[in-house]
Write a new protein. Structure first.
Length: 752
């Protein structure tokens, strides 16, 4: 008779890379067989003989009846012939030829039928009747629970009453992967972990991924000796068996040592999946080995799923309420910003609302060389330096952090009132920024053991090489004071800040148009306004109607409990606001092109094109694009304006090659005694040369918006930028075969 294999040597140096899905062995409180379609045994766990009296090598290659007996085989045959999926299904309770009773689980995975036999003390089928009162009682009580902690505590109590574990706790993972114990039910003899944190390193990445797939896992006795599979490789795949879904799957020896260090010999985990992500776990511990039958595990798994739904519902409701409150504050601010003619004086009037809007302690606005502050903010020089850093490192439409010094080291002396920062640019060209500051939030976290300590490997002997990684041995409460961080920014605050930015740009555009009426270029501005007034009213009317319409629907449904409907209304409002914001952004950018001063210098076009390609990464990451960038000369120009022009040309080429695979985009230059000439060529849709005179006009589109998205301002900006440099711009194309956009800049220094 083949005995169960001895435990493998504990290789702690590679435990974070262990193949935990393919351990090659099982826990020995049952046995496992893999079967072919005709129910012939392909593999058997080495402990088969201990349970049935039939040695594993003798069973391999023989019919299932040889291993478990004719009666048991007949009992299972029809169930095993059914359509089985990857998750284990209870297919019955059988008595083998030697009179032993087993609950049988089966699933199809990794090319074979995996059948697991868990020892039972009864010949009758598993009784699932107690599942219903358990779930029913939980549902009745959870409706009266307000916070998330209340249903979590109820779940701990119900799971403990069903399984008998000495301690049951619920903990959730934070953004960094650390676990926080939020609820607990325990025997008075057991140590309490309520309120404590477990470091993310306690659960390696591959273990978290497995928790997402297999929602429940039982370790009946951490002192077990694993039983290997015979033969060790899956005959179908030629590789070690993937036992991801197997209830008897053997677990990492490092985790078993972790359990023993925690004085735990039995454990069970139930995954809490919220919106497709591993939100947390129901974790059960016992100081003694503890069997848990399949029907009891099923009850706990179902309860975990219901708890996850309760968590999702409460989080959604709280999130929706929070977003509505922030939106109300934003509406109040916008109303104040439109009262007077002085935009910046209006901003000062709504400063209190701006603090409340972002739950901040200080707010600052920088426009050109003017800095306005309110509340507890850093000094003006520090704010200017911070804005310089934000401008140098393009963070897109919003930058937020709850630990500014980690990104911007000079902020180390600003932690008192600026540990957290939420910043939005309100201009694409100038240093115009709106900044919210949050103060340092000094708080203490109680860990279950020092997460920074490097415990010695268990069982280390004198002279032995130290292990690189070991399960920690201390779980004594250890307190850590967190410095230099603020309260984290809520997702709703960040999204509302982006919408507020869009609204500010709209107001700024309105003020810019008013100022343009007094400028020397009044005639030119009026002609442009006449040219695109119809397009603006048409393009901007649709998203604004969506915003108003869905806002009305949202107000009408305020008393409804249909959170999904309200969420959909808010999503539609957000998408419409983003579309309007994009149009307003482009309009403001076009307006600024004609008014802002140029600051020319020597520009290395190779570096400038490379920077533009970096910004296009998100637009091109799923595309097959062949970039052909030739050697490019230096030129004399304003680098900010020229960067915008080149980026628009490259973005244009990316957009109009969307239906090409591969797309080919070339950037090259020509040398001329009087000017530097640059070309951007593509193999995209091209255009009809009969309409080339419209190409660089504002809101002029030569293709349907349904085919190629855009506002029709990008190429108009290119022309305005190049002409302000005393240059020229043109294009050539063969429709359906591609286009080449070109511009030339004079080599001599120009006046501006």
């Amino acid at each position: 008779m083949i005995q169960a294999a001895t435990a493998p040597d504990l290789d702690l140096s590679t435990c974070d890379k262990e193949p935990i899905r393919t351990p090659g062995s099982i826990q020995p409180h049952g046995f496992l067989l893999t079967l072919a379609a005709d129910l012939a045994v392909l593999q058997a766990s080495a402990n088969l003989g201990d349970w049935t009296g039939v040695a594993a090598p003798d069973a391999v290659g023989r019919p299932l009846a040889h291993a478990i007996g004719d009666a048991a085989t007949q009992r299972l045959a029809s169930e095993l012939a059914a359509e089985l999926g990857p998750r284990p299904l209870y297919v019955g309770t059988v008595t083998t030829a030697n009179g032993r009773h087993f609950d049988v689980l089966a699933h199809r995975w990794d090319g074979v039928l995996i059948v697991e036999f868990e020892a039972a003390d009864r010949a009758e089928p598993a009784d699932f009747r107690h599942l219903y009162p358990l779930i029913g009682d939980f549902l009745l009580k959870v409706n009266d629970a307000g916070s998330i902690e209340s249903p979590a505590r109820l779940a701990c109590q119900h799971v403990r009453s069903v399984t008998g574990f000495g301690r049951v706790l619920v903990y959730r993972f934070d953004a960094d992967g650390h676990g926080h114990v939020m609820a607990e039910a325990r025997d008075e003899r057991y140590h309490s972990y309520l309120g404590q944190h477990f470091p993310a390193s306690d659960i390696p990445v591959q273990a978290r991924e497995l928790y997402k797939l297999s929602r429940i896992r039982l370790i009946r006795d951490a002192a077990y000796t694993p039983a290997v599979l015979v033969p060790p490789l899956n005959p179908v795949t030629g590789k070690a068996n993937d036992l991801s879904f197997a209830a008897l799957r053997s677990v990492s020896p490092v985790h078993l040592q972790y359990m023993r260090n925690m004085n735990t010999l039995a454990s069970m985990s139930v995954s809490l999946m919220v919106k497709g992500k591993l939100w947390g776990l129901i974790s059960c511990h016992d100081e003694d080995p503890r069997p848990v039958s399949f029907e009891k595990r099923t009850a706990c798994e179902q309860l975990g799923q219901i708890l996850a739904l309760c968590i999702e519902s409460r989080e959604d409701a709280a999130d929706l309420q929070f977003r509505l409150e922030v939106r109300r504050t934003m509406v109040s601010m916008l109303a104040g910003l439109t009262q007077g003619s002085d935009f910046f004086e209006n901003l000062a009037n709504v400063f209190p609302d701006m603090l409340r809007f972002a739950r901040a302690s200080g707010v600052a606005i920088m426009v050109d060389d003017r800095v306005l502050t309110y509340g507890d903010t850093p000094d003006e020089d520090d704010i200017r330096a911070l804005v310089d850093w934000l401008t140098l490192h393009d963070h897109g439409d919003v930058f937020h952090t709850d630990k500014l010094s980690a990104h911007y080291p000079p902020a180390g002396h600003l932690t008192r009132n600026a540990s957290g920062l939420l910043a939005i640019p309100i201009s694409r060209i100038h240093k115009h920024y709106l900044l919210w500051f949050r103060p340092e939030y000094v708080h203490t976290i109680e860990w279950a053991g020092n997460p920074h300590a490097k415990d010695a490997a268990p069982g280390a002997v004198s002279g032995a090489p130290p292990a690189q990684l070991s399960p920690r041995t201390s779980f004594e409460a250890w307190r850590e004071t967190i410095l230099g961080t603020s309260q984290p920014w809520h997702g709703g605050e960040i999204e509302m800040a982006l919408e507020f930015r869009t609204a500010l740009l709209g107001i700024a555009l309105e003020r810019a148009e008013q100022m343009a009426e007094l400028a020397e270029e009044l005639g030119r501005a009026n002609k442009e306004l006449e040219a695109f007034s119809y397009s603006v009213s048409h393009d901007l009317r649709a998203p604004l109607r969506h915003i108003v319409g869905f806002a009305d629907l949202l107000l009408e449904s305020a008393g409804s409990e249909d959170a999904r409907q309200r969420q959909r209304f808010l999503q539609n409002i957000k998408e419409a606001a983003r579309l309007a914001g994009k149009l307003v952004d482009d309009l403001l950018s076009f307006s600024q092109m004609g008014r802002a001063s140029l600051h020319p210098t020597t520009v290395d076009m190779n570096e400038l094109v490379a920077a533009c390609l970096d910004k296009l990464v998100l637009e091109t990451r799923d595309r097959n694009i062949e970039w052909d960038i030739g050697p490019l000369p230096t030129t004399w120009a304003d680098p900010t304006f020229l960067h915008l022009a080149v980026f628009n040309l490259l973005s244009n080429a990316v957009k109009f090659t969307g239906q090409r695979d591969p797309a080919v985009i070339r950037v090259f230059a020509e040398d001329d005694p009087a000017e530097s000439v640059f070309h951007v060529a593509d193999n995209g849709a091209g255009f009809n040369m009969e309409y080339v005179h419209k190409l660089f006009g504002v809101f002029q589109r030569l293709h349907r918006m349904e085919d190629f998205q855009g506002t029709g301002i990008g190429l108009a900006n290119v022309r305005r930028i190049v002409e302000r440099h005393n240059g020229r711009v043109w294009a050539q194309s063969v429709q359906g075969e591609g286009a080449t956009f070109s511009f030339a800049l004079p080599k001599q220094h120009f006046q501006h």
